[in-house]
Write a protein that binds this ligand. Structure first.
Ligand SMILES: [Zn+2]
Length: 149
């Protein structure tokens, strides 16, 4: 880590102790070039996780969500800003109290968002996400679309 005063790379840790009840490490460092002392904190990075259907956890990836939505909306008249808003809705499922969210909840959130934006995109996403087995499933979804107010 560079010295804040002189930008020297030559700094050393002169004290290291647990902080924030053990959730962080506080380090006092001293620059070997100019003598400036400063403090750094080391904390685990907040990592939202997705619980998959088989129970395994994997890191949440907004890129993966965006890719799925973009595929469903290929050639559809939907702006990049609207797609980004749909991605943001899935990111908003996570928070300090909910670092783990089920894949199903993320999928349902995308479906609800797509349904409001573009019915073709909604059906495409649903056909992949719900693993449709036949035409009957599509007919049921089409009927559900027509039923809405
Ligand atoms: Zn320095």
């Amino acid at each position: 880590m560079l010295c804040q005063m002189c930008r020297s790379e030559d700094t050393k840790v002169i004290d290291s102790r647990a902080a924030e009840g053990g959730l962080a490490i506080r380090r006092r460092r001293q620059c070997l070039t100019c003598g400036h002392r400063f403090t750094t904190f080391e904390r685990a990075a907040y990592q939202p996780m997705v619980r998959k259907r088989d129970g395994r956890l994997e890191p949440f990836s907004a890129d993966k969500v965006r890719h799925g939505i973009e595929q469903a909306l290929a050639d559809r008249p939907v702006s990049a800003g609207t797609i980004e808003a749909l991605v943001t809705q899935t990111e908003a499922l996570f928070g300090p109290d909910t670092p783990i969210v089920g894949a199903g909840e993320i999928g349902d959130t995308v479906l609800a968002g797509l349904r409001a934006v573009d019915e073709v995109g909604y059906l495409r996403f649903a056909s992949v996400y719900k693993e449709f087995t036949g035409a009957g499933d599509f007919e049921r979804e089409m009927a559900a679309l027509e039923d809405r107010p």
